[in-house]
Design a binder for this molecule. Structure first.
Ligand SMILES: *Cc1c(COP(=O)(O)O)cnc(C)c1O
Length: 461
């Protein structure tokens, strides 16, 4: 029994669950979405909170530029670029037998400095928030000071009395661990069994304590929480519930506004924006989507993408059970090659806060992710890890769903004016040997795909 009902009863009541359990690739557009003006109030955080996070990141910029030379080009602002993907767009449209309407773009969080993934937004913001709170309270800095002083021996000795703990599938651990160790904190990362060896090695090389578990992400998080509970000097970064992570992610939106302006990309009621966000526990995509809704309102449509083996946010929102349920309860194993997305239980905070602001959810299988890693590299020369491509199929899932588009009142003219942005959440730090394996796997899957989909006519040519 799952919450008082058998699996059969769940499947009868929610036919989509049957497909999820069968590990099919699905798309679900939530009919219960509401206008931004109404639903933003669900979140419990405001524009002022995002501004506060943004200003904090600005205060730390001189320090970051000093200690992380790869942030110096943007003067200590940790940000990634955008780029059009015309060739991948043509290919995806062709495969789905749809016209390649609008323009497909990539947000390259894979290239974010410090930790090479979207976690360099939220994770670093939360560590900086905690460091700032401690340092201000101790009289080490004021909000008006140049924070470069935090790189000195005095500040590092001060932070060394404090601990930071986090549970992670890898990327959040990298981001929290690297930032914490740089400031001088004693950092512990509780790693789930699916975390890659190179991430553990890198953290240990930075002086971070890595504790490994044979279980999944939820257990790693629980262990981090336990470590901090009985130790007043230990601060726990709560990936399942943290507003500071969420706000760090949300700052991305105001930066995207500037980037779109420079690129000549218009977003308004006649020029809709669709954003495809890979989703693990939900903080990253949730925070980014919150920021996007604040700046673009109803002109932006956010779609979350999850692996077929870990559809936790879709399951939580669709059933209304949120963090009261995990995918394992439905017999789904939560085993996927998509780093960062192998999460069985969604954030209850994000699921509830964002459910009327997120247009839809889609699931993608690992084979498709590898194939897309290969295609994106081959056609656009971009280097993304499998999880970072989870959003790519969203483009044609949206274009192919006439019921959804009609419900939104979007005509062919709107779609021709539309921008579709794949949030490329990670990849640049994947070691070359590992990336070569991804490419080889993707290439083999592409060859099989071409054989399976070529018509007898073309095969005979
Ligand atoms: C963590 C992560 C995500 C998703 O973020 P959540 O906050 O866990 O939902 C997406 N892509 C990559 C590469 C990640 O590391």
């Amino acid at each position: 029994m799952i919450h008082g009902k058998s699996l059969d009863e769940w499947c009868t009541r929610h036919p989509l669950i049957k497909q999820l359990v069968a590990l099919e690739q699905v798309t679900w557009f939530n009919p219960a979405i509401a206008p931004a003006a109404v639903a933003l109030a669900d979140v419990g955080l405001t524009r002022a909170d995002v501004r506060d996070a943004s200003e904090r990141l600005r205060r730390f910029a001189p320090y970051l530029a000093l200690v992380f030379p790869d942030t110096a080009a943007l003067h200590g602002i940790i940000e990634s670029g955008i780029q059009p993907l015309p060739h991948l767009q043509q290919r995806l449209a062709q495969e789905a037998d749809l016209p390649a309407a609008g323009a497909l773009w990539l947000k390259k969080d894979s290239e974010l400095p410090v930790s090479g993934s979207i976690k360099a937004r939220g994770g670093i913001h939360e560590v900086l928030k905690h460091a700032e709170d401690l340092a201000v309270e101790a009289g080490l800095i004021t909000l008006e000071d140049n924070y470069e002083v935090l790189s000195g021996d005095l500040a590092r000795a001060f932070f060394s009395h404090y601990k930071i703990a986090v549970g992670s599938t890898g990327n959040l651990g990298l981001s929290i661990g690297i930032m914490s160790a740089m400031l001088g904190f004693q950092a512990t990362v509780h790693m789930s069994s699916d975390a890659r060896q190179w991430k553990k090695d890198k953290l240990r090389a930075c002086g971070v304590t890595v504790v490994e578990y044979a279980s999944d992400y939820s257990v790693a998080v629980e262990q981090g929480r336990l470590q901090a509970r009985d130790d007043p000097a230990c601060y726990f970064v709560d990936d399942e519930n943290s507003p500071h992570l969420f706000l760090g992610y949300a700052v991305a939106a105001e930066r995207l506004v500037i980037q779109f302006k420079h690129a000549g990309v218009i977003v308004d009621a006649d020029h809709p924006l669709f954003v495809y966000l890979p989703c693990g526990v939900g903080g990253g995509p949730g925070g980014v989507a919150f920021g996007l809704k604040l700046v673009f309102g109803d002109a932006v449509h956010c779609i979350f993408a999850e692996p077929t083996h870990s559809p936790c946010m879709l399951l939580g929102v669709h059933t209304g059970l949120h963090d009261q349920v995990n995918v394992q309860a439905f017999g789904i194993d939560n085993v996927t090659a998509a780093d960062g997305l192998a999460v069985g239980r969604p954030s209850g905070f994000v699921g509830r806060a964002m459910q009327r602001l997120v247009d839809g959810y889609c699931t993608v299988n690992d084979e498709e992710l590898y194939r897309l890693v290969f295609l994106a590299h081959e056609l656009e020369q971009v280097r993304l890890e499998p999880s970072a491509l989870a959003g790519a199929p969203g483009y044609t899932r949206v274009l192919g769903d006439t019921a959804y588009l009609q419900r939104l009142g979007l005509s062919a003219a709107h779609l021709n004016n539309a921008t579709h942005l794949i949030w490329g959440t990670g990849g640049s730090m994947v070691p070359a040997t590992e990336f070569a394996i991804y490419l080889a796997r993707g290439q083999a899957l592409q060859a099989a795909h071409d054989l399976a989909t070529s018509s007898p006519d073309t095969a005979a040519d």
